[in-house]
Design a protein around this ligand. Structure first.
Ligand SMILES: [Zn+2]
Length: 352
């Protein structure tokens, strides 16, 4: 890769179309006041936001150079004019003396973006940039903003100070107030091709080829997830355990399943991730059932024997039903319904 190319793609893997469009915005001096980057967890929204901030603040010859003090400070989240804000754990008390909240336990941990955080931003953006050209605020997972915070933020979006640029991220634009999404220039990031993830893992993260291929398939096009799984073996172990639990449940009778639901809800903060895993599993079972000999499109390529077993045991109707039940349960849990009841219903609805 030549130095010139590395600037053209902002040193990112994938999302080339977004980088090109943003580069055109900047070249034409038409940088939007607010951007919204959407897409699944760990697909690269914050990475793109940081790269945009570097491009806007860079003092090197080609933006982003990656080497000037601005680029380096932003890469380390230490630039005084570039802030990354995200929600705090439920029940976390926000005041000046409180320590910073702990890092997220996993992608699915639910947090709240509070009005006090928005007020702090409003206070900050009212002042001129300290050393950069812009004040840039990156608000991660804006879907976690409660109503009060979102409404307060609307004021800043409607009349942002001239030197301010806002970059929001969210899983989906529809999870935000329409008045907020409509005031942002939206970039919906799409999953990367497995081959691009595989190549990047080998070239940039020194993952061996076989492992890279597996992680690329399991990642559903989310490079951030693949990189994390490459460096943290417990992620794959947890995934294997989650599929073993599902297989176990499918062999159980009614009473055993009810008891099993009780055990699972004891670790309720792990349920959303497990349901996402099961969703991907049933999608694979359906795909393997209807498109035989198309392993290349499957996600769970490390569990082909179990997959084949489920393909043979269940009918298309049963598989589609399971897919629907898991999806519905994931939605119920995100709406704070009684988790135990929701999981009991799900486990009893799974085929046997
Ligand atoms: Zn730079």
């Amino acid at each position: 890769m030549t130095a010139h190319e590395s600037h053209a793609d902002w040193n990112l893997v994938g999302h080339t179309w977004a980088v090109r469009a943003l580069t055109r915005n900047i070249a034409a001096d038409r940088v939007a006041h607010a951007y919204l980057f959407t897409g699944p967890h760990a697909i690269g929204k914050t990475t793109l936001a940081r790269a945009l901030a570097q491009t806007l603040e860079c003092t090197g010859a080609h933006h982003p150079c990656g080497e000037c003090p601005s680029c380096q400070k932003i890469a380390r989240d230490k630039h005084p004019d570039v802030q990354i804000i995200e929600g705090v754990p439920v029940g976390y008390k926000l005041d000046e003396k409180s320590p910073p909240p702990p890092p997220r336990a996993n992608d699915w941990e639910r947090r709240i973006l509070k009005i006090d955080q928005i007020r702090a931003i409003q206070h900050d953006v009212a002042r001129a940039p300290f050393e950069g050209r812009w004040k840039i605020i990156i608000l991660r997972r804006f879907e976690e903003a409660n109503e009060e915070a979102a409404n307060a933020f609307l004021k800043t979006l409607e009349e942002p100070p001239r030197h301010t640029r806002l970059i929001l991220t969210a899983r989906d634009a529809s999870l935000l107030l329409p008045t907020i999404a409509s005031r942002c220039q939206v970039f919906a990031l799409r999953p990367l091709a497995p081959t691009d993830i595989e190549t990047a893992l080998v070239a940039c993260w020194q993952v061996d080829k076989e492992n890279a291929r597996l992680l690329a398939h399991l990642s559903s096009g989310r490079l951030g997830w693949a990189v994390r799984a490459a460096t943290n073996p417990s992620i794959l172990e947890k995934r294997r355990a989650g599929l073993d639990i599902l297989d176990e449940i499918l062999r159980e009778g009614r009473a055993e399943r009810i008891a099993h639901a009780d055990i699972l809800v004891k670790k309720s903060d792990e349920l959303p991730e497990m349901l996402e895993l099961w969703l991907g599993w049933w999608r694979d079972v359906l795909l393997a059932h209807t498109h035989r000999n198309e392993d290349a499109r499957l996600t769970n390529i490390d569990r082909l024997a179990l997959l084949q077993n489920h393909v043979e045991r269940f009918s298309v109707e049963q598989i589609a039903g399971a897919l629907k039940s898991v999806r519905a349960t994931a939605r119920y849990l995100s709406q704070n319904v009684n988790a135990r009841l929701a999981m009991e219903v799900l486990l009893l609805n799974l085929p046997s």
